[in-house]
Design a protein around this ligand. Structure first.
Ligand code: SF4
Length: 345
């Protein structure tokens, strides 16, 4: 397909830089990770912000940085403590990759972050988006960080008909943007694009075109065609999985175990659970197998959504007379329990 950007010349696109930067400096949100553009801090915040709301990240970021203020402290921290600091953010593989990358930075780069996007993108868990964000925000390089927000803004600006899930499209947007980066204040330009997408050119509803600094340059804004852009292929439906989950108490402690068997949350603490919706008789048999007696009480069904799977959880709660050795018994706050199980707690 012929590039949609041919609808919009580079020189025209370059006209967005000035108004966008002016708007950003006047309107940007005050966020804890914007106070210090040290590469370590930019990196931590960008990884936390992937698939997680800004409000959820705020507190977690402050807590994380207070305890692990630099790459060496992250490389050294125990996995258990790392998970605890990551609590509430989900997608724990991100935390594991953070630590792997921190170790590489310490071992191969003497604890100093590389400044070019290509070297950064070779570190565990750092894709092109994060590498671009770190290189431009921390090192002032002309390297765009193209996420869903930026794709939406650019697609609407140009009325680009390309499906934004096409991998080559993302690359093309990055290439076009790299050519219009300003000579200074590059980190702000990267953040301004993201901020506009998050605050003005909104997803899933009408964008605030009347407040947009790019209105005069935007094809969708002028023609009111924003509903048609960005063009995006529908996602395949999520797989639905039923889980029977047990909240077992004994003397103020709950039963937990490490999750095995691959799939979501592997290696994390979990409440004892069984795939499928068990009948009351199957629940009794399962508890017996764990050496637990008593009549559990069924609770209201809860739902939890992962990227590709949706869990429908059928919880049972039981006060146990003795602690079954099949589990670890702990105070609820002492372990990093994934959000899906916290919903039951
Ligand atoms: S004018 Fe409207 S559609 Fe265009 S970039 Fe701004 S908010 Fe988005």
């Amino acid at each position: 397909m012929k590039s949609g950007f041919l609808l919009y010349q580079n020189q025209e696109l370059a006209a967005l830089v000035e108004p966008l930067l002016a708007w950003y400096h006047a309107n940007r949100r005050v966020l804890p990770w914007r106070e210090n553009t040290d590469p370590y801090r930019v990196w931590i915040s960008e990884i936390m912000l992937q698939q997680t709301r800004v409000e959820a990240v705020r507190e977690a970021y402050v807590r994380f940085i207070a305890e692990l203020p630099d790459v060496r402290s992250l490389a050294r921290v125990s996995e258990e403590r790392l998970y605890k600091l990551w609590e509430g953010l989900g997608y724990y593989s991100r935390a594991r990759n953070l630590q792997k990358a921190a170790r590489v930075v310490c071992e191969q780069y003497g604890g100093v972050f590389p400044s070019d996007a290509q070297t950064l993108a070779a570190l565990p868990g750092i894709g092109e988006y994060t590498a671009g964000a770190i290189a431009s925000i921390a090192f002032e390089k002309p390297t765009p960080a193209v996420d869903g927000n930026v794709l939406r803004v650019i697609s609407r600006l140009c009325e680009n008909p390309t499906d934004i899930t096409t991998p080559s499209y993302k690359k093309e947007v990055a290439n076009v943007l790299a050519r219009i980066y300003p000579p200074t204040d590059r980190g702000s330009f990267t953040q301004a694009l993201m901020e506009l997408g998050a605050m003005v050119c909104l997803p899933g509803g009408a964008p605030l075109c009347e407040r947009c600094p790019l209105f005069d340059l935007c094809r969708c804004g002028r023609k009111g065609t924003w509903e048609r852009y960005p063009v995006k292929r529908a996602r395949p439906a999520r797989k639905v999985e039923h889980q029977t989950v047990f909240l077992l108490w004994c003397d103020g402690k709950i039963a937990v175990r490490k999750r095995e068997g691959g799939g979501v949350l592997q290696g994390m603490w979990e409440l004892p659970c069984v795939t499928g919706e068990l009948t009351p008789e199957q629940v009794r048999v399962r508890l017996c197998a764990w050496g637990i007696t008593g009549k559990p009480m069924a609770q209201k069904t809860k739902k939890h959504i992962f990227t590709h799977i949706e869990w429908i959880m059928h919880p049972y709660i039981l006060q146990c007379p003795v602690r079954s050795p099949a589990f670890t018994w702990t105070e609820p706050d002492a372990v990093a329990l994934p959000t899906a199980f916290k919903k039951i707690l």
